[in-house]
Design a protein around this ligand. Structure first.
Ligand SMILES: [Zn+2]
Length: 159
């Protein structure tokens, strides 16, 4: 089952929840709340049952969501091997258009030599990848410029 998306705004900020109340409120399993606690969600105090202040829960969930959706800083692509944003080796990048206005950047991780990809809008390349040497590749589906040999065949009209 895919992880359910939790809506932090369901938590009332001025209310303290037990773990099971919190789980009910957010529609998650009680073990999920325990996981959050391990990941840094602080109860009000050490008295059991633990009570969680709504405002604390909310900011915990929001910061967690923000950190998961991390974007690469300018000038980097995300390297799957390093699990870190990395600069492309020698600043060399290929741009492969996917749509008219956007496509994928491809570069080599300067640390581990893995191929890295990053989707980007064509108009943003100069801003997001300052100082990089970006080579624009032709879209593989583009057939423009290829002469069609069959065009010349039917010029001879039969009498
Ligand atoms: Zn790497």
């Amino acid at each position: 089952m895919p992880a359910r998306r939790v809506n932090p705004n369901k938590v009332k900020t001025h209310y303290s929840y037990t773990a099971s109340e919190l789980a009910d409120c957010l529609g998650v399993h009680k073990n999920t709340v325990r996981n959050w606690q391990r990941q840094g969600l602080e109860p009000n105090d050490d008295c059991r049952p633990y009570l969680f202040q709504g405002a604390v829960v909310r900011s915990f969930l929001k910061s967690r969501r923000a950190s998961r959706k991390r974007t690469c800083p300018d000038g980097t692509l995300f390297c799957v091997s390093c699990r870190e944003p990395r600069k492309p080796a020698d600043g060399m990048l290929d741009y492969l258009p996917v749509r008219e206005t956007s496509g994928n950047l491809r570069g080599i991780c300067e640390v581990c030599d893995s191929i890295m990809h990053r989707s980007i809008r064509e108009a943003e390349i100069a801003v997001k990848m300052p100082g990089c040497d970006v080579k624009f590749q032709e879209a593989p589906s583009s057939l423009s410029g290829r002469a069609s040999p069959s065009l010349n065949c039917d010029l001879k009209k039969e009498g």
